[in-house]
Design a protein around this ligand. Structure first.
Ligand code: SF4
Length: 95
């Protein structure tokens, strides 16, 4: 009975210790992202088809926000209206 109790206590201590380490590691290596990427991603079709050359709409939104010249970027699913809207969003913060 004593062995079982020590085993449970040891596993609980290991679990708590691991959780504390993971918490601090997650805080240390947290990646701050531009909040505009989320806004632009919401305006894209969301098909994640890769037709734009990126793996999904998130990559396209990231490029739309970060690149200075976005004239080479195009979403064939959303078409011209989608791209005009996103260009304005990236430049002015509103569509
Ligand atoms: S082509 Fe359009 S819908 Fe497809 S992944 Fe790119 S942004 Fe998303």
């Amino acid at each position: 009975m004593e062995v079982l109790l020590y085993t449970i206590l040891t596993l609980c201590a290991l679990g708590v210790f691991s959780a504390v380490i993971l918490y601090f590691v997650a805080r240390k290596f947290r990646v701050e992202e531009d909040p505009r990427i989320d806004e632009v991603e919401k305006m894209l079709p969301g098909a994640n088809c890769g037709g734009c050359g990126f793996a999904g709409c998130r990559g396209m939104a990231d490029a739309l926000v970060k690149r200075d010249d976005i004239s080479a970027l195009f979403c064939p699913v959303g078409g011209g209206d989608c791209m005009n809207c996103n260009k304005e969003e990236a430049e002015h913060g509103n569509c």
